[in-house]
Ligand binder design. Structure first.
Ligand code: SAM
Length: 205
């Protein structure tokens, strides 16, 4: 995501991003997913900007009935291939759609998104996701944390603060608002540090 001089995050940008990938890029789900969903009973889940499906498949394997939405057809093709190769992929449906305009026509027990940053102001995007949470359901957002040094790794529109996120998801009840630092293996075995903003919020019943 650091190669283009401008970052408009439209469909062309994401199609290019995924067409440069040889494969799905096997990795573990981000650690916030297991921690933040540990107390939840599986139900319906939406992974908004699911990429090649790592988190969606993790949820499906644990009994969630998952809808994975992404704007990039190639990412979804890779996700579907991964699912097809699993002995027990669980219930997962892949939907090619632009989340800035898509209307699910239903609500979900869990709406989750990680690093999606579409071509829309964060506040409007996360407000849309919050609307799709069912009564008693949960919204989990993971974003690249805005720090003084983060600009070197991520373009400014990809960065969020906890204040951005918590302001966006009202009237949901904030249950987690945390900053985390973790080290991940990147392409070519290079380790790099990720600073995450993590917000979990619930819609009262
Ligand atoms: C940085 S990737 C993150 C993918 C995955 N969630 C992860 O954590 O690896 C952002 C994803 O959001 C998708 N995306 C960006 N804008 C979108 C939009 N408007 N509608 C649907 N998906 C979008 C991209 O295609 C891409 O797969």
């Amino acid at each position: 995501m650091h190669d283009a001089p401008r970052h408009e995050f439209d469909q062309d940008y994401w199609d290019r991003h995924w067409s440069q990938r040889r494969g799905p890029g096997e990795r573990a789900p981000h650690p916030h997913l297991a921690r933040e969903t540990a107390g939840l009973a599986p139900g319906t889940a939406l992974d908004a900007g699911c990429g090649t499906g790592t988190e969606a498949l993790w949820l499906a394997a644990r009994g969630w009935r998952v809808t994975g939405v992404d704007i990039a057809a190639r990412a979804l093709r890779l996700a579907a291939e991964r699912a097809a190769a699993l002995p027990h992929p669980g219930s997962v449906e892949w939907v090619e759609a632009d989340l800035t305009t898509w209307e699910p026509g239903r609500r979900f027990d869990l709406v989750t998104t990680a690093y999606a940053h579409p071509a829309m102001p964060h506040r409007d995007f996360y407000r849309r996701l919050a609307d799709w949470v069912a009564p008693g359901g949960t919204l989990l957002i993971v974003g690249h944390l805005h720090t003084d040094t983060a600009r070197a790794d991520h373009p400014a529109p990809a960065l969020v603060t906890l204040a951005d996120l918590t302001a966006s998801v009202a009237p949901l009840r904030i249950e987690t608002a945390e900053e985390h630092t973790r080290t991940v293996d990147g392409p070519g075995g290079h380790r790099h540090v990720l600073r995450d903003a993590v917000v979990r919020a619930a819609r009262p019943r």
